[in-house]
Design a protein around this ligand. Structure first.
Ligand code: TYD
Length: 217
């Protein structure tokens, strides 16, 4: 599970407010003396941002093409950013990670799950998050929160697709309750942040991850 740092990921549908929550949690943990790095998928490295443009604004792609491109971006992010920062002892927060590929390309598009799981293990060197928040939201509500002009290629998929993605996430959370924390994303951003900060601090304490010594000036 990586070095002495702590790896937290955020998953969920479009419009659940993941990026806001990543920012809030980073601020709160920093206030408590933790060293934190936040990143996002797809992206977070130069090649990752280039791949992101193909994936979100490019032509229609097959399920396997999507799965391999998302995973390629992830392999670089793990090597260049996530693993080194965990080894340096940081708390790393990532907006989406391997579970997005399982939910969207696996459950959503029907790419074989067992193969995808093996692919993730190879591409990430087996790095799994210690803690994953699922920001769960009814499909219609998530989609209605995204401004029309801001819909990307995947957001524009039909409702059936988004329903399979949600069910896939809930299924993964049921299978691994030690890693997943399912939170209701239909509440206010403030309320959600409190739940997420409390759960994370509890887990950090249990895992023995402590804030850095504060140096007096
Ligand atoms: P992004 O703009 O990051 O949106 P969001 O705010 O919803 O996270 O777009 C990421 C899109 O890519 C989103 O629709 C989910 C999808 N995705 C996959 O299909 N598979 C993946 O492995 C990842 C990381 C994302």
């Amino acid at each position: 599970m990586g070095g002495p740092g702590y790896f937290v990921t955020f998953e969920g549908p479009e419009g659940a407010g993941k990026s806001t929550q990543v920012t809030r949690l980073a601020e709160r943990l920093t206030e408590h003396g933790f060293e934190v790095l936040s990143t996002r998928e797809p992206g977070g490295t130069m090649v990752g941002e280039m791949i992101r443009r193909i994936l979100l604004d490019g032509p229609d792609l097959s399920g396997w093409t999507e799965a391999l491109l998302f995973t390629a971006a992830r392999a670089q992010l793990v090597q260049d950013v996530i693993r080194p920062q965990l080894e340096a002892g940081l708390v790393v927060l990532c907006d989406r990670y391997r579970d997005s590929t399982l939910a969207y390309q696996g459950y959503g598009r029907g790419v074989d799950l067992a193969t995808l799981i093996r692919l993730q293990a190879e591409a990430t060197g087996g790095l799994l998050p210690a803690l994953t928040f699922l920001l769960d939201l009814p499909v219609e509500e998530g989609l209605s929160r995204i401004p029309k002009g801001a819909l990307d290629r995947l957001d524009r998929e039909g409702e059936g697709f988004h329903r399979r993605v949600r069910e896939g996430y809930l299924e993964m959370a049921r299978q691994d309750p030690g890693r997943w924390v399912v939170v209701n994303a239909a509440v206010s951003a403030e309320g959600l942040a409190e739940v997420i900060v409390t759960a994370t601090r509890e887990r950090l304490q249990r895992a023995g991850v402590r804030p850095r010594e504060r140096r007096s000036a």
